[in-house]
Ligand binder design. Sequence first.
Ligand SMILES: [Zn+2]
Ligand SMILES: [Zn+2]
Length: 315
Amino acid sequence: MEFWFDHIGQIWWASLSRETARYAVFAVATWALLWIALKTPLRGRKIREHSPAAGQLLLEFIVSLRSIAIFATVALAQSMMSRAGAYPLTHVALQWGRVWLWASLLLMILGHDAYFYWTHRAMHDRRLFKAFHRRHHRSQNPSPFTAYSFDLGEAAVMASFVVLWPFLVPTPWAVIPLFIVHQIVRNTLAHCGYELMPAMSDGRPLLDWLTTTTHHDLHHAQSDSNFGLYFTWWDRWMKTENPGYHTAFARAAFRADLARVGAPSAWRLGTVSIPRMALAGSDALSSVGLLCLQCFAGGFLFIVGGAFALTVIFA
Ligand SMILES: [Zn+2]
Ligand SMILES: [Zn+2]
């Protein structure tokens, strides 16, 4: 019994430090890269005209630290459960080799996407919204720091997935930090305020099965649609995708072109289709599209690499 409680203070503190470093590095890196360093070349890709006030960013950062304390507490509970032998499937997974390690990472991401969609939808029920999800939606115009700006209940629900999944699916422990890296990268990008996904010449996202920043930005703006996190399929299967999504995406992706040719005065989210003349000469390999492709790929790799380094340093 004593063994279960050995070093619990150190384990909690190590988990807290690791998660705080990961969140701070990703949120600050995304903010510094997009909102400061690339602000001028990416101005045509900014989704909203106005940026949130500095006070909102600071509050989101502080609230996120509270969420991280919940994550660390849940991680400590999982560590104690592991000591008690509650995760036999993690040993099974180790015997299935390296291919299974990557396959189980993919499965975990797919599983989390479904878990997020359904728990997120449940938290939008008016009986649960106030207690679980209101804090996150106070950021009506999100920023990279909104990623972990949760009420206590939502933070606990989000952290519980990592506790539950290895119970159900053979998953090596080494997969968990890789899963968390993917989660924070996608989460931060979803709230970054700039549309970095390159657009096809018809105005649709290059990878339309992935959620984009515009997809989640619309959720913050209207909150009755676009509940998905990584992929668009749950919203499409359940018919909860915002009907104005593709128009809003095209408007964000081609804002510079629309401004150049003059958008129609009736241009409003979801009310008109993309004017063909505005798109003439714009395609996925236009200079801004190429820059966005490079930002998306380079930023993703930079953040994943940084996260991986942090994971190694703090492991
Ligand atoms: Zn959000
Ligand atoms: Zn929501």
